[in-house]
Design a binder for this molecule. Structure first.
Ligand code: NDP
Length: 454
């Protein structure tokens, strides 16, 4: 590997996206140097300078060229450009990394491999499905997705996952599950599913880097991604004082006032976590009642008593001001006692005001990652959540397309718990196993497999 470019990664502690970046280079067999900026002001300044003022970890460099954070790195990976920069692409621009195990001949010429089962996503649902599917000898290929490990990698302390009386960190729980899935024969691959063609059997599953697989069954466990507000200043300042991950970036804004937007568990947890670094943490929530469970609301109120958190109810953010050179300077907020002030901008009682903060964290929920299933016939609701069979009997995770199953946050807009995602993941693997057995039987008998109708 000595002729490969030099890869450098600035990391910090409690940084799931740093782990994602390292895992990606590990999966390619590419060596890299890491610089941990936690508690090292000089190194931190060096990172910020080399990254053009960005204050977010990780920052990845290839041969001194700034690649950027995890989003930028995974976008380059998706387009295949990362392999080009690393000298891993062949003359046709195709990756000849560890995954280049292509089959030859006929229609399958562009197909990397046929798999019995492909699982999209390595959050709790996908990994639990992988454990069960591995144990059922379905040798699953698990495609990591653009947020490997899923939402739990952004959680510092998972206190309600059964079996861990002292709690466990999200990344540790995810890593344990990955190890367990591999132990039972699952292969985990870095990549993002771009489309599933359900007009043919086996399914044709294409990744965003162009790799194509075929699969007899697919489990969609691709989770949900952090929502943003779409307000002015957002695009320019994302990574420069605006973040969707408090555990990743909070430490970079030590002694600043920080604003958390949202009123759910994530907002409460992030606000509590940020009190370690912030002068004061402000929570802006758009209505009077918090959505968060009492456990988190109580912890926030303790911090309010201690003077570390201030709550701004019936308040919404409408603009973020600042620059990439100087970071976030201040925000514009609107407030109205009736709640949802952005719906009442013409109401004379709506108060618009400027508010000084040095960092802003969005914690306003998630959108399901289901675009790649469009056109397959899998039914979704207006927000893109998959509709599955549900009910009491078997086949609960079946979608409308026989052979495609859904589990975790792509289906569940209500419970969204790690433990419920794990439960759905196991159900999906069991349903898929039943389907695959029926398929095998039907193939030997020369008939077709239909969805269960209960
Ligand atoms: P939620 O959907 O529960 O909460 C999102 C919050 O953001 C809500 O308060 C919502 O307001 C607000 N919001 C949404 N859109 C906007 C907008 N456009 N403008 C302003 N505010 C907005 O998402 P979370 O990420 O907090 O939680 C998701 C799931 O994960 C939940 O089931 C939660 O229990 C779980 N979780 C558990 C944790 C733990 O226990 N350790 C930690 C984090 C999450 P409104 O209430 O008005 O709709």
């Amino acid at each position: 590997m000595s002729d490969l470019p030099r890869v450098e990664i600035y990391t910090k502690e409690d940084c799931p996206y740093c782990e994602n970046a390292k895992d990606l280079f590990d999966s390619k067999g590419v060596e890299y140097e890491t610089y941990n900026v936690t508690g090292d002001d000089e190194l931190f300044e060096e990172m910020v300078e080399r990254a053009g003022g960005r204050k977010t970890a990780p920052e990845v460099f290839v041969d001194d060229e700034l690649i950027g954070g995890w989003d930028d790195t995974s976008a380059l990976e998706e387009s295949g450009e990362l392999d080009e920069k690393l000298g891993l692409a062949d003359e046709d621009g195709e990756s000849d990394g560890p995954q280049g195990n292509r089959t030859e001949g006929g229609d399958a010429a562009d197909v990397v491999e046929h798999r019995t089962l492909i699982i999209a996503g390595t959050g709790i649902a996908g990994l639990t499905a992988a454990i069960y599917a591995g144990r059922a000898n379905n040798e699953p290929l698990v495609i990591e997705g653009d947020e490997p490990g899923g939402q739990l990698t952004l959680t510092t302390d998972v206190a309600n996952y059964p079996g861990f009386p002292e709690g466990i960190s999200g990344p540790e729980l995810v890593n344990n599950m990955k190890e367990q899935a591999r132990r039972f024969g699952a292969d985990l691959k870095n990549g993002i599913v771009d489309s599933v063609d359900a007009d043919q059997r086996p399914f044709r599953v294409e990744l965003t880097n162009g790799d194509v697989y075929t699969a007899d069954a697919v489990i969609a466990a691709s989770g949900a991604s952090a929502r943003t507000l779409g307000v002015p200043g957002e695009d320019e300042l994302m990574g420069y004082g605006l973040s969707t991950c408090a555990t990743c970036d909070g430490a970079f804004f030590r002694d600043e006032d920080m604003l958390v937007v949202g009123g759910g568990d994530a907002a409460m947890e992030e606000a509590t976590f940020l009190t370690k670094f912030a002068d004061t943490v402000y929570i802006a929530h758009r209505r009077e009642e918090f959505r968060a469970e009492d456990y988190w609301v109580d912890r926030v109120h303790e911090k309010v008593e201690e003077g570390d958190i201030e709550i701004m109810k019936n308040t919404e953010l409408i603009e973020i001001h600042g620059s990439q050179a100087e970071g976030v300077d201040y925000v514009t907020l609107v407030e109205n006692d009736k709640g949802h002030p952005t719906d009442r901008l013409d109401d004379p009682e709506t108060d618009e005001f400027e508010f000084d903060v040095g960092a802003v964290f969005f914690a306003i929920g998630h959108t399901p990652n289901t675009d790649y299933l469009e056109g397959t016939g899998v039914e979704m609701d207006d927000e893109g959540y998959l509709r599955t069979q549900g009910g009491d009997g078997g086949g609960q995770t079946e979608t409308d397309v026989p052979g495609i199953f859904g589990a975790g946050d792509v289906v569940d807009y209500h419970y969204q718990q790690a433990v419920t995602a794990a439960g759905m993941g196991s159900k999906a693997a069991l349903d898929a196993d039943e389907y695959l057995e029926d398929l095998e039987r039907a193939e030997s008998a020369g008939t077709e497999v239909a969805a269960a109708d209960d």
